[in-house]
Design a protein around this ligand. Structure first.
Ligand code: ADP
Ligand code: ASP
Ligand code: MG
Length: 428
């Protein structure tokens, strides 16, 4: 017997027929003797629509009311799944964030989970064989009002609940059957990974692989939650119910999980040099033309940006030809572009640039792998591959296990495919 958390994303609960399919996955696990808690997203497209309605109603809206509106999508899906499960003879009960409660920080629209008491859910599982069907993405803030966790936040709810009820595994069911070497929608011959380390998954998520939300991987790492990705579109009736031996013996090379397990580095037998390639279109580029090349200029640019809570990711300063003037290019999240631009403009007296250029037509491509710690040449191969395709690199950043480059957005598919081949990741 295992205690499992099963999370289903928007495409897996897109309508009542899909929710019936989800119910069959749950029945399989219950029949297999497992204790189950379920986390659901809203139906795909619903949250976008709720956000659009809110902006239509008033572009400058109260963040508490935004949360009241956008959290409603999950209320519908948990209710529907609960009645379907009940009609199949399964004892199920829906839970909104405040009913558990899932206590969060005060930041409406981007709250962080702070505390969950899982005792009542565990009691009902053990004494009444009841399945908890929990709304993802929402909680209750210190002001006793509803909060939401930010887009894609149901993954975080799932991991946090798994930690709170001491689950053996947290399975994220989605529309692909695991974590791939790159987005399978861009590279059809991407390889499914049987296992990936927490560190690599964290980098992949934060660098654009949206199959898992970064915060959920972080929480799983901190609380040692076993996390996995698998498909809700595999046949729910022929799939095998989960057994605790599926994941209790990873170090011996045993891996019966049908999707991808996120685990410790030492539980991965054959470590590849590169385990994944990601792309992110969420950044924008700002160039300040002809700033003075003298000490203190960077501080005058980046201190006001950090005071405005704008995250700067990549920075390149050109070498000045005359020792007097240079150009500075940096990236910010594209959602913050207008704000960053106005912060810079307000500080121009202090900075003294001639011109400001901004573009969202860029993409960040990253190559990730713990193998980089012990092998040289990964970055060189990346630059060489892009050069052969005639793709210009605008900026570069590296860390212990990743190399990222900024390129023109038009080359996104060409770059990802070429790199995928260059690191021998293609399924042949
Ligand atoms: P859900 O609605 O279930 O939360 P998401 O759309 O958030 O699903 O995440 C699943 C999607 O993530 C897939 O459809 C896939 O296109 C995308 N994706 C991006 N990178 C990867 C990757 N490396 N491996 C698997 N899927 C990826
Ligand atoms: N429904 C929310 C969203 O679309 C949360 C989630 O699906 O994870 O962002
Ligand atoms: Mg998601």
């Amino acid at each position: 017997m295992a205690r499992i958390v099963m999370k289903f994303g928007g495409t897996s609960v897109a309508d009542v027929a899909h929710i019936r399919n989800v119910a069959k996955h749950i029945k399989r696990e219950i029949d297999g003797g497992n204790q189950v808690a379920v986390i659901l997203s809203a139906m795909s497209g619903t949250t976008n629509q709720l956000i659009n309605w809110t902006s239509d109603a008033s572009p400058m809206h109260d963040a508490r009311e935004y949360d009241a509106i956008v959290a409603s999508g999950e209320q519908v899906t948990i209710g529907l799944l609960s009645v379907i499960l009940q009609s199949m003879g399964i004892n199920a009960r829906s839970w909104l964030g405040w009913q558990i409660p899932i206590k969060t920080s005060a930041v409406h629209g981007a709250a962080r989970i702070e505390e969950i008491n899982g005792a009542e859910i565990i009691r009902r599982m053990e004494e009444e064989s009841q399945v908890a069907v929990i709304a993802g993405f929402q909680g209750i803030g210190p002001d006793e009002r509803l909060t939401t966790l930010g887009r894609g936040g149901s993954d975080t709810t799932a991991v946090a609940i798994a930690a709170a009820i001491n689950a053996d595994i947290c399975d994220i069911y989605t529309d692909v059957n695991g974590v791939y070497t790159t987005d399978p929608r861009i590279v059809p011959n991407a390889k499914k990974l049987a296992r990936i380390s927490y560190e690599e998954m964290l980098e992949m998520a934060s660098l654009g692989a949206k199959v898992l939300l970064t915060r959920s991987v972080e929480l799983a790492m901190i609380h040692k939650v076993r996390l996995a990705v698998r498909s809700s579109f595999e046949d729910p009736e022929t799939a095998r119910p989960t057994k605790d031996s599926d994941f209790s013996n990873l170090k011996n090379g045993i891996n019966n999980h049908p999707g991808t397990m996120v685990c410790d580095e030492d539980e991965i037998m054959e470590q590849e040099l590169v385990s994944g390639i990601t792309y992110s279109k969420d950044e924008a580029k700002i160039t300040l033309v002809n700033i003075s090349d003298k000490p203190g200029i960077s501080a005058r640019i980046f201190i006001p940006l950090s005071e405005a809570n704008i995250n700067v990711d990549m920075i390149v300063q050109n070498v000045s030809e005359d020792g007097k003037y240079t150009n500075m290019t940096f990236t910010v999240p594209s959602d913050d572009l207008d704000k960053a631009r106005s912060v810079i403009e307000q500080n121009n007296q202090n900075i003294g640039y001639e011109k400001i250029l901004a573009s969202t037509n860029i993409v960040k491509i990253s190559v990730i792998g713990v193998g980089m710690r012990s092998h040289a040449g990964v970055a060189a191969r990346m630059f060489e591959t892009l050069a052969k395709k005639g793709i210009n690199i605008i900026a570069i950043t590296t860390s212990e296990i990743k190399v990222s480059v900024l390129i023109d957005a038009e080359y996104i598919e060409l770059a990802v495919r070429a790199l995928h081949t260059a690191y021998d990741l293609d399924v042949t």
